[in-house]
Design a protein around this ligand. Sequence first.
Ligand SMILES: Nc1ncnc2c1ncn2[C@@H]1O[C@H](COP(=O)(O)OP(=O)(O)OP(=O)(O)O)[C@@H](O)[C@H]1O
Length: 576
Amino acid sequence: MRLPTRGGFLALAGWGHLAALTVLELFLLVEPTAVALVTGELVGRLAQGVARKDAALGGIGTMLALLGGLLVTGNVLRSASRPLAERAGRRIDAAVREELTARVLALPTLDRVEDAALQTELTTLRSPLLTWTDEGVGAAAVGRFRARLTMAGLVTAMLVLSSVVWWWGPATAAVALLLSRYRVRMWRTFFHVVSGTMPAALRGRVWSEMQSDSRDAKEVRIFGLNGWLERHAEENIADAARRVVEARVALLRRELSVFLGWAATASVVYVAVAVSGEVSVGRVAATIGAVSAMFVISMSDRTEDLAEVAAPAVEAITRVRALAPGLRPPPRPDGGGGGEITLRDVHFGYGDVPVLNGVTLTLRPGEVIAVVGVNGAGKTTLAKLLTGQYAPRAGTVATEPTTYAVYQDFNRYELSACDNVRIAAPQATREQVEAAARAVDATGLIDRLPRGWETVLSPKYDGGGDLSGGQWQKIALARAALAAACGARLLVLDEPTANLDIEAELEAFDRIREVRGEAAVVLISHRFSTVRKADRIVVLSGGRITEEGTHGELLAAGGEYARMFDLQARQFKESA
Ligand SMILES: Nc1ncnc2c1ncn2[C@@H]1O[C@H](COP(=O)(O)OP(=O)(O)OP(=O)(O)O)[C@@H](O)[C@H]1O
């Protein structure tokens, strides 16, 4: 991976691309002046030839060939210039994306990834509000580079003018630079107006897209939101559009004044040429050409000169680099020895809020442990510490490098059914995937999909399929079964079966038990009918493990577990 040093984004385009772009841009900048010179020379010779009635106008053929060559090459290179610049910009953006991804992946724990400041910067970088041109830092870096090169074109045109009358060159170049600076300022004003309208435009877009988005469709229809959404979309978009149109009109007015400024300057030069009788026809043509070249160069797109265009992105990248300084992922946690997974006096919290206050727990290979506790007791947090995704603030965690977890909010990938299971162990064969599905009784649902295992699990795709909440949970359980079959030493099941009916949950749990092999299983569930089957149950309360034992032992102890179990059992009896 090529990484930028000290913010040098341009180098990320690759030296080959930059060299090609430099040669091409320089040619294009010098070309108008060269055309002017050759035209001048050609006109001069023609005029001399005609005046002397000279039939053999020496060198005319060569001049014409040169002029033709310049014009043809100029046109060909002009059409290659933009794609090359865009490609260089995209290469820079790709390298930056690669670097930032590597940095986030290198963060040792999930809490560092979840860090609000980091997420804000990453969201900024993904936001369409980032730059008004919707371009990344690449386009801005290449744009600025090209803007710097235009100086070469200006110097060439200036030298040609000075060769006629020495002070014409610097005088006209000074006017060109002044007008250029003025244009940068007026584009900056325009940029700020357009940037200011972006939040409204984006809001309008969101409201507008909600009307047709399939995810929002059910609420939009049931609440009759269509008219309301349309009104909000229109208000926001119309307001943004009005402000942009006003800014554009102001911009056009200023462009016109710049144009008039140029016309006045050119007129002064042309009048000066006209009154200086000593200048040849060729020189006159060259002068006109050089002034035109300066005009074209200084009227070129100035948005690229604006540091503001890429400033939010550059600042966000700089902050991501500070928040995620590493580039290589840390080694996976080492086993606790003898296959045991241990937490010793573990403390953890989010920000200033403590969640775990001294948890000590040992999991033995093949053991099934259930963790229970009220909402917010810290069960998911404990699971994340067990899988090494959070580092404890105090105490020690010795866990296995090969863990797999199914959370309540497991990912539903827009991939085939097969890949949706295989994601738990990418090296797994199709046979292993099918065996895992059989293990958790998920083959029936696969058979009903239009293309079986190859069906993409999203209705957004042609021939794609959708699954119910419970069916998705079976896919998630199949992932856990596959991970166990492929050697995972710890399986965490964090309420993976909340959408299954009780019978299906019990069966799924029994099946996971069967396929777990040497893996320790941690089950987090609010359903005591499943929890009671665990080898050991721990109760988490007030950030500590307050009870620990088998179902029978905990019932006999008559503590919080017994109370919670009774409550649930009574409700079942009452509703039966
Ligand atoms: N990423 C987070 N940032 C800040 N606070 C969090 C975060 N995740 C959880 N918390 C807080 O930590 C506490 C424990 O949350 P946790 O999800 O571990 O509880 P839980 O026992 O799994 O709850 P539930 O049974 O509702 O799933 C809660 O008060 C929760 O609000």
